[in-house]
Design a binder for this molecule. Sequence first.
Ligand code: GLU
Length: 260
Amino acid sequence: MITTRFAPSPTGLLHLGHAWSAVQAHEVARAAGGRFLLRIEDIDETRCRPDFTDAIYRDLEWLGLDWDGPVLIQSERGETYRAAVQWLAEQGLAYRCWCTRAEIEAAASAPHDGGPPAYPGTCKHRTPPWPETPHCWRISASAAGAPLIDDFVIERKDALSSYMLACTLDDAEQGVTDIVRGRDIEPLTPGQMLLQHVFGWPTPLYHHHPLIGTADGKRLAKRDKAPTLAGMREAGVDGRALAADLRRGVFPVGFGVLAD
Ligand code: GLU
């Protein structure tokens, strides 16, 4: 059965871009008579807040987007994520890393496209005794047969897990068949496919939609104080009418799809 999901992180209030993403994921599921799931990606305790989670429920109800089954809350699943990392370590597919961001930036010599530099592999061949400072876990992409993929973090040192591990594991466990999300996440997809490959999980279909921006071509971002759904709701905007418009590609005045 076609299964999609909306997986926001409660680090701020949702904006129009989130609504458009949720509407599309909901529509793909409903048009096929399938399931639309909701997952709260709240592994980062320092940035996520329960009031933002509450606002997500209210926003979706206001938009008229009903979801199926229980909501999956990532902050309740630390043990599952840790066990998965442990399994990778036992297979020789993960290693501990103590490097700080500054060290990685200093050591990375390859030019990069403005994103974080690829991890240079400093800790890959380290042997005990381990340093006492906190460490994260990284996938060993080359050991997993994917040397062109960065050794991305699968368990953070400052959060319950990592986005890459938790998201991919949950998509598999929840039986998500079609992932509908913004183009901003597209560069992370090969790493998620690598995890599916090593764990033997099916690879869903990925649909990365363009992002919504302002008329002057700027992306909407939580940190830029983009108009929030909560704000529109409080201002008396009809959420179901907004969702109906978004469904047919009609945006509020001043907003539109960003070119690549
Ligand atoms: N939690 C992610 C975010 O809010 C989305 C994850 C995904 O759709 O894969 O940006």
